[in-house]
Design a protein around this ligand. Structure first.
Ligand code: DGY
Length: 321
């Protein structure tokens, strides 16, 4: 039987591409051109499946224009907000993602952001690099200690729980809100809040771990920011569109929010320029899953989903309607 034909939209780690070439008739993107929708459409002709990433906007119009030969979209990401899953499923196209394998890497970045925001890492680094560090001062650049502080987790899923377990090691008390309370073994002593208002008012640090959905988009806004304790820290490793940038920038500038640690943004990579001049914004360029171990694992998982699908079986990460 001839090998399934797949389009891989971005350059992937070498071992992942080698496996793609050994299992599939794979079209790769060695120059890593950001794939414009015209490129995707032109290159999907004659293909059986797509391996896409968070940078590919697979909306309903693009899905409608895909050739009939496309039977599966496998995304190299845990998030699938860049894909109109309902439109794909309505066309009988299967969609899979890569959960689990990026949990630890993303939780590590969440901790980096929490620490960086709490301890003035952004302004400390700028002070050094710009030659402004004159001497050590007893009252200079004072941050906030994590020990004994309350960490509010919005979305205690896999990544939220991995973040919580690391934060416990720093002596933080864990609070969370999910639509449904978790079983005690998953809560691991975390305090459950039935609503956002209650969670926010109990969060010295708020870390966002929920998916981007119509319900969560813009959830961090002027009204909800006002619920946080004065000087609270906001950390986001989930998706940029959960935050109303204008509201957060205004709160950071006024000191209403003490600091923010952000890895994801609206309109990446063109984040709101207002963040860039804020000394209390510790910013990273969407590095959550950016380790070779994790990117390999994501690639192998995305390929495994394709292999299982084309073998006529149900991929373990199939998104169900
Ligand atoms: C994902 O997998 O959704 C991440 O945001 C990519 O780093």
């Amino acid at each position: 039987m001839s090998r399934p034909r797949i389009l891989v939209t971005r350059k992937l780690p070498a071992d992942v591409e080698a496996r793609a070439l050994s299992h599939f008739a794979a079209t790769l993107n060695p120059d890593d051109r950001a794939s414009a929708r015209e490129d995707i459409l032109a290159n999907t002709q004659g293909k059986d499946g797509l391996l896409v990433t968070v940078t590919d906007r697979i909306d309903a119009a693009l899905i409608a224009a895909l050739p009939a030969s496309i039977r599966i979209i496998s995304t190299f990401s845990v998030g699938y907000d860049h894909i109109d899953v309902a439109a794909a499923q309505a066309r009988g196209i299967a969609v899979t993602n890569t959960p689990d394998v990026l949990t630890d890497a993303t939780a590590e970045i969440a901790l980096l952001l929490i620490l960086g925001a709490a301890r003035n890492a952004a302004s400390g680094m700028a002070t050094l690099r710009e030659g402004r560090w004159k001497n050590w001062a007893p009252t200079g650049m004072l941050g906030t200690e994590l020990s004994g502080k309350r960490l509010g987790i919005l979305g205690l899923g896999r990544i939220g729980r991995a973040t919580a377990s690391r934060a416990r090691a720093f002596g933080m008390e864990i609070h969370y809100h999910n639509r449904h309370r978790l079983a005690p073994e998953l809560e691991a002593g975390a305090h459950y809040h039935t609503d956002i208002a209650s969670l926010f008012s109990a969060s010295d640090v708020l870390s966002i771990h929920c998916a981007s959905t119509p319900e969560t988009r813009g959830l961090i806004n002027r009204e909800t920011i006002a619920l946080l304790p004065h000087g609270a820290i906001v950390v986001n490793t989930a998706r940029g569109d959960i935050v109303d940038d204008e509201a957060l920038i205004e709160a950071l500038a006024s000191g209403r929010i003490g600091a923010a640690g952000l890895d994801v943004y609206n309109n990446e990579p063109n984040l709101h320029p207002g963040y860039l001049n804020l000394p209390n914004a510790f910013l990273l360029p969407h590095l959550g899953s950016a380790t070779l171990e994790t990117r390999n694992a994501m690639g192998f998982r995305a390929l495994e989903n394709l292999e299982v699908f084309f073998a006529g079986k149900t991929p373990r990460d199939l998104l169900h309607p």
